[in-house]
Design a protein. Structure first.
Length: 299
C-alpha cells in the first residue's frame, strides 16, 4: 500500500520524464506510461500528456507504442487535436494505410468516428486526383461512380491504384480491418472481370478475413461469384481444416450465415458444398434451428 501511494503521489511524472527519449524497450515504456496516466495526479497526468503528445505519430508506428497512442488519442486529445490527427492521417494516408501498426490507429479512429470521419478516411485512400476533381466540381462522395462515368481515364488510374493497394493489404494481413474492407468493397463493385480475377489470384486464400463487417461480407460474396469453378472449390475447402470446421462458428454469426447461403446458392460443385457445408448444417440441425440466424438459413 505504501509503495502504491508513493508511486501514485510522487513518481508518476518523474518516471515518465526519464523515459522520454530513453533506450528502454518501448513495450515496457508504454506499459509504465499507461500506468502513470491511470494512477498519477491530475497535474502529473497533464505533464505526461504534454510530454508524449508530440511523439504521437512515432508511437502509432511502433509495435507496442501504438497501444499508448490509442490511449493518448482517446483520453488526452480534445476535439480540435483529434481533428488535427485525422487531417494528418488523411494527408499521409498512402504511407500509413499500409503500415502494419499505424493501420491499428486508423482502424480505431474509423470505428470510433462518425459518418463524416469514415468518409474522410475512405476518400483519402483514393489519392490526390479524385480529391482534386471533387473539389473542382464540388462533388459529394455519393457521386464517385458519376465521376468515373465522366472521367474514364481517372477511373482507370484510381482503380489500378486501389488494386495494388489491395494486394498490399492482402500480403500484410490487413484485409481484416473495417476501413480496408470498405475499400475492397468499392473496388470489387466497380472492377472489371479482369480486375476481379487479379484480386482473386491471392485474395482467394484470405477471403474469410472479409467476414468481419457488412462491407467485407458483400465483397466476399462478389468475389465468390466472380471466381471460376476451380477457385470456388478451393475457397469452400478453406471452411474446413484438419482441426476445425469453420462452418460451426459461421452458423452462429449473421454474416457467416449469409455467406454460407451464398455458397450453397452459387457453388457449381454440389458434392463439395454438400460435404463441407450442407452435411454439417444437417448434423447441427437441432442447435442451428434454435438460433435466430440459423432459423433464417433453414427457412
Amino acid at each position: 500500500f505504501f509503495f502504491f501511494f508513493f508511486f501514485k503521489q510522487k513518481t508518476a511524472y518523474e518516471i515518465s520524464a526519464c523515459l522520454v527519449g530513453s533506450e528502454m524497450c518501448i513495450r515496457d515504456r508504454s506499459m509504465i506510461i499507461q500506468a502513470c496516466l491511470k494512477h498519477g495526479s491530475e497535474d502529473q497526468i497533464a505533464r505526461i500528456k504534454r510530454a508524449y503528445k508530440e511523439n504521437f505519430y512515432k508511437l502509432m508506428q511502433d509495435k507496442y507504442g501504438r497501444f499508448l497512442a490509442k490511449k493518448l488519442y482517446e483520453d488526452c486529445f480534445d476535439a480540435l487535436e483529434k481533428k488535427a490527427v485525422l487531417e494528418h492521417l488523411c494527408v499521409n494516408m498512402e504511407k500509413y494505410m499500409v503500415h502494419m501498426y499505424a493501420t491499428d490507429i486508423i482502424e480505431h479512429i474509423y470505428l470510433k468516428g462518425n459518418s463524416e470521419t469514415k468518409k474522410k478516411i475512405f476518400e483519402s485512400t483514393f489519392g490526390a486526383k479524385l480529391k482534386f476533381i471533387k473539389e473542382a466540381k464540388d462533388i459529394e462522395e455519393d457521386d464517385i461512380e458519376k465521376i468515373f462515368e465522366d472521367y474514364p481515364l481517372i477511373k482507370e488510374q484510381i482503380m489500378e491504384r486501389l488494386r495494388k493497394q489491395i494486394d498490399v493489404f492482402i500480403s500484410k494481413g490487413l484485409i481484416r480491418l473495417s476501413f480496408v474492407q470498405r475499400i475492397v468493397l468499392f473496388y470489387v463493385k466497380n472492377a472489371t472481370q479482369e480486375g476481379l480475377e487479379k484480386v482473386l489470384e491471392e485474395g482467394h486464400k484470405n477471403y474469410l478475413a472479409l467476414l468481419e463487417s457488412r462491407d467485407g461480407l458483400c465483397a466476399a460474396c462478389i468475389l465468390f461469384t466472380a471466381a471460376n469453378s476451380k477457385l470456388r472449390k478451393h475457397m469452400v475447402k478453406q471452411l474446413r481444416t484438419e482441426t476445425e470446421n469453420l462452418v460451426d462458428n459461421m452458423l452462429s454469426s449473421h454474416l457467416g450465415t449469409v455467406f454460407l447461403l451464398k455458397v450453397l446458392l452459387t457453388m457449381d460443385d454440389t458434392k463439395v458444398s454438400s460435404k463441407i457445408v450442407l452435411d454439417r448444417v444437417i448434423q447441427l440441425f437441432p442447435d442451428v434451428a434454435t438460433t435466430q440466424v440459423g432459423s433464417r438459413m433453414l427457412a
